[in-house]
Unconditional design. Structure first.
Length: 235
């Protein structure tokens, strides 16, 4: 099993530079972990604020998720974005599923997959995404990688394949304070920056998670920066 997953991950990483990367300019988002908690529900809110050479961009996402069994969780989202006239409105709908392939600690790394389908609001544009999620723990440190293949098509989109790569190195100091460094790669984009995250547990399965990161473009001479915020209430 270990050798099979090693071959898969090395092959996908080798293909990353060959497949054209995401073209919509928002490479920075969330680094996904491969874990699923049985019978868990959650509400999630994300905010992305990007300061780019070509202007500012603000996006928000509100979602509800529910796990089915011990290995699969499904989440639905509404996505909003501010347009060029500074008006904020509904942009798209999305459904996302994560599959925990291996038990935590079962092999040298923990593995999962992500499947995602997005439909733009009032426009017949679609995006499908499939991703391989991996996480390896070293004492109090964790290294998480996401590799996505993306397909876009529709009314105003040219049908094409794209890709993204995300990586997070996290130090689990205490549950409430976990500093991290994140890396994002896409078309003409390489971004890196610090992040901070944590969680607070209540009774039973109830807990609140938070993430805050500031990612800076390092792939060209521009000063693009993206602030990302993620809040999750799980119960």
């Amino acid at each position: 099993m270990k050798s099979v997953f090693t071959i898969i991950s090395l092959t996908l990483l080798a293909l990353l530079p060959v497949v054209p990367a995401t073209a919509d300019g928002l490479v920075v988002d969330k680094v996904y972990h491969p874990y699923v908690i049985a019978n868990e529900q959650e509400f999630e809110w994300r905010l992305l604020s990007s300061q780019m050479d070509k202007g500012n961009r603000l996006g928000q996402r509100l979602g509800y998720g529910h796990s089915f069994g011990e290995r699969v969780t499904v989440e639905i989202y509404m996505l909003g974005e501010r347009d060029s006239q500074e008006n904020f409105g509904l942009q798209a709908y999305e459904i996302e599923a994560r599959w925990m392939i291996t038990e935590q600690g079962q092999y040298w790394a923990d593995w999962g997959m992500l499947f995602e389908l997005e439909k733009q609001h009032q426009i017949d544009n679609w995006e499908a995404k499939i991703g391989v999620l991996a996480e390896k723990e070293f004492g109090k440190s964790s290294l998480t990688t996401n590799l996505f293949a993306i397909r876009e098509w529709g009314q105003t989109l040219q049908s094409e394949w794209e890709s993204q790569f995300r990586m997070q190195y996290r130090y689990r100091f205490i549950p409430e304070i976990q500093p991290a460094i994140e890396l994002y790669m896409g078309e003409d984009f390489v971004g890196v920056g610090p992040a901070m995250m944590g969680l607070h547990r209540y009774t039973g399965q109830r807990q609140i998670k938070w993430e805050l990161g500031l990612i800076t473009e390092v792939g060209h001479a521009g000063k693009d920066q993206t602030l990302r915020l993620d809040l999750e209430f799980e119960f």
